[in-house]
Ligand binder design. Sequence first.
Ligand code: FAD
Length: 464
Amino acid sequence: STAALAPQICIVGSGPAGFYTAQHLLKHHQLAQVDIYEKLPVPFGLVRFGVAPDHPEVKNVINTFTQTARSDRCSFYGNVTIGKDVMVEELEQAYHAVVLSYGAEDNRILGIPGENLSGVYSARAFVGWYNGLPENRDLKPDLSSETAVVLGQGNVALDVARILLSPLDTLRKTDITEGSLAAIACSRVKRVWLVGRRGPLQVAFTIKELREMINLPGTRPLLDSADFTGLGDAIKDVPRPRKRLTELMVKSALETPGEREAGRWASATKEWGLKFRRSPLEVLPAADGKQARGVRLAVTRLEGSGESARAVPTREMEELECGLVLSSIGYQSLPLDPSVPFDPKLGIIPNSLGRVQGVPGLYCSGWVKRGPTGVIITTMSDSFDTAQSVLEDLQSGVLNLSDTKEGFKSLRSVLHSRVTPGVHPVTFSDWEKIDAAEVARGKLAGKPREKIVDLQEMLQLIGH
Ligand code: FAD
C-alpha cells in the first residue's frame, strides 16, 4: 500500500538546519512524513536565540520555516530532548531515517587562569541572555565598569559589542528581553575593545557588521593607524570580500573623516576599537581575588600570511584594564548519545555528504555537520545536500521502506513512560499560541514581541 511506502523521517533540532532539511525532503518526496524534535518548547534555534535583536530582517526565514511546519506531512515536537528523553537508537527503530541537526550548544573555553572570575562571561551566554534563552535568563552580567573586552573578532563579537554600545532607543524597539534592556539601561560600559590574536587581514567578521559598527550613533571607532599602514600590497591578492572589508578598515583608520562623520565622532560618548596581534594569557583578579580587573595579553607575531597565518606569542606583554570580559572564540557541538560517532577534535559528527560514517540511516546537517561557522545561507545549502543524500538512499534502496516504521506513534508511549509526570511534547500549534502571546505582550511595549524567558510559563500558557 502507499502508506507502507511513505518514508518516516525524523529530524533532531529545529534551527535552520532542521527546517531546511525538512523543507527539501518534503518538496522532493511526495510521500515523506517528517517529524522534527526540539529540546526547547519553542522552535527556530539560533534564529530566535542567536541572531541579534536589531537584525529583524535576518529572522524573516522564520516565515519559510513556519510554512514548512504547517505542511500536513510535517510535525513539530518541542520539549523533547534527544539523548535524554528519547535515545537515538529508539528513533532509529521508529524511523527509516534520522537526521541530527542539533547545532552547537556549548562554547570553546579560553583555558587561561582567571577565566572563572566574576565579570567574565562567554559571548554565548551573553547572547543567550539578551535573546531570552531560558538557561541564561539569570546571567545578570556585571555592566558596572566603563571598559569591556571582547576576546574574538568575529560577527558574534561585533554583535555583542554593538548591543553593549547601541543607543537605548534603538534597542527598545527590538525583541530584546525586557530584563536585559533594563540592565543595559543601567550599564556604565562606554568603551569596548575587540581583541584578536592575528592581524587586520585575518579578522572573521564581515563587512555589513563592520559598517554597522562604524555607523553606530553615539560611538566612535578607535583604530590605530599603525595597524593599517602598508597593507596596500597585501590587499591586492586577497579575495574580493576580504579586500573590501580591509579597505573599509583602512579608510576608517587612515583617512580624514568627512565633515558629518567627524562631527559625529567628536560628540560621541562611547567608543569601540580593534586590538590586533594580542593573545589572552590571563584574566587578572582585583584585590578581592574574585572580580576581574583586566586581561594580560601576549603580543604576537604572525607566521605565514593570509587566512592560514599563525599567531605566535612573543615575550612582550601588555595589560588591558576592564571589569567585563566576554570570550567570543567560538561555539562548540557536543556528542549527543553514545551510539552516535563524534569527532571530539573537529567537534563534528564524522560524515560524508551528511551520511554519518558507519551508521546507515543516520544523517546530520548544519553546525553539527560542518562545525560552528557560517551564516544561515551556508547552513541552508549544506542541509539541502544532506536531504539530497537521504533522497538518494531512499531511491537506491539503502533505506528499506518495506520495514514498517510507525514514526511518532511508536514513540508516544515511550515518552509517556519517561520520568514522572512524563514528557509532554509541544506541537507547532502550541508554539503558535506562545508566539501570539509574545507578540501581544510586545505590542504593549512597542516591540515586535516580548519573549517569554521562563520554561514553566511557556508550558503553563499552553496548558501543559
Ligand atoms: P541551531 O540554530 O543552533 O539549531 C539547533 C537546534 O537544536 C536548537 O533549536 C537546539 O535547541 C536544538 N537541540 C539541541 N540539542 C538538542 C537535543 N538534544 N534534542 C533536541 N533538540 C536539540 N547567521 C546569519 O545568517 N545572520 C546572522 O545575523 C547571524 N547571527 C548569528 C548570531 C549568533 C550569536 C550566532 C551564534 C549565530 C548567528 N548566525 C547568523 C549563524 C546561524 O545562526 C547559524 O548558521 C545557524 O543557526 C546554524 O543552524 P543549526 O540548525 O545547525 O543550529
